[in-house]
Design a protein around this ligand. Structure first.
Ligand SMILES: [Zn+2]
Length: 315
């Protein structure tokens, strides 16, 4: 190769770069203002994700329904929220994807990420992250007096407590991958609420716990109904809970019915929304006849009253 050719090659990249820069400058400076406006308009109409939730104001202890519309048609949609995996379902009538989730009582006020991962019709990943504000829920403290065996159990009672705990723990692992609930959740009885969710309780001025359910003031003998469709995964007497029914609504969502005088279903039964599951009573650690209902989602107890107020898809 001769010297001229070598020199040409050595200078080629910078010559091309300088030439391209000059062309770009000419192109930009020759753009009329109208063109710049059109570029801005085109950017503004790029389809965005629509991400909404219910209730509008989120607090610790609340269940939440996420509704998502990705910018393009997608085959599947999954998410993560506060360390939990979410599996979204498509609702054809609204062309949105929905998932029921929650916020633990222990979650501090702050802003948290909802991370969404979809797969487009062409098999491409489509991602989005939404920052969502969680405020502090207002919960109060009350003092209760209960029999000593519930705060200072003897050896035999401890044995019964541990047995109950292991039965519950086993049941909690059985939640199915498929969603069984459909439509809104209904209160299990038609009665006034005697204690709300999230109340901090002191028992006999010593033991402290947080009330992780909702109490209804019902006399013993009142029929108790399933808040939504599900499968019975526990129907058994337990030390604290008394006669207890646990329904699995799928995807980690359970409802618990405590202190029943009678259980009218058995494990494995498929229950329809509004079907009777038992009769109210005062069994277990109860200060009197009442119904305690609890909502558990992926290991976290949520406010049942908020769940009953959500408008949920019937898909
Ligand atoms: Zn209760």
């Amino acid at each position: 190769m001769d010297k001229r050719r070598q020199r040409y090659l050595k200078h080629t990249p910078s010559v091309i770069f300088a030439g391209a820069t000059a062309l770009l400058v000419i192109a930009l400076t020759s753009l009329p203002y109208a063109r710049a406006d059109q570029v801005a308009t085109r950017l503004a109409v790029v389809p965005a994700w629509s991400i909404r939730w219910q209730p509008a104001r989120l607090v610790n202890g609340a269940p939440v329904l996420f509704r998502v519309k990705p910018p393009t048609l997608v085959k599947s949609l999954n998410g993560t929220w506060l360390g939990h995996d979410l599996s979204f379902t498509f609702e054809p009538s609204t062309r949105t994807w929905f998932a029921l989730a929650g916020i633990s009582l222990e979650t501090k006020p702050g802003t948290y990420s909802l991370t969404l991962t979809a797969e487009s019709e062409k098999g491409m990943p489509v991602l989005s992250v939404k920052r969502i504000r969680v405020a502090a829920g207002k919960y109060h403290t009350i003092a209760l007096l209960i029999p000593k065996k519930f705060t200072e159990p003897n050896a035999a009672q401890l044995e019964a407590i541990n047995q109950g705990k292991s039965l519950k723990d086993k049941a909690f692992l059985q939640s199915g991958a498929q969603r069984e609930w459909s439509g809104g959740f209904l209160p299990p009885v038609n009665a006034p609420v005697s204690d709300v969710f999230g109340t901090r309780r002191t028992f006999n001025a010593a033991v402290q716990s947080v009330h992780k359910g909702l109490d209804y003031a019902v006399p013993a003998g009142t029929p108790v109904f399933a808040v939504n469709s599900g499968t019975v995964i526990l129907a058994h007497p337990l030390f604290f809970e008394g006669n207890c029914v646990v329904l699995d609504h799928g995807q980690g969502l359970l409802t618990l019915y405590l202190h029943l005088s009678e259980i009218t279903v058995k494990e494995g039964d498929h229950i329809a929304r509004g079907q009777q599951i038992g009769i109210s009573g005062a069994t277990g650690r109860a200060t009197g006849a009442h119904l305690h209902v609890a909502v558990r989602w992926q290991g976290v107890y949520l406010n049942p009253a908020t769940l009953f107020s959500l408008h949920l898809p019937r898909t």
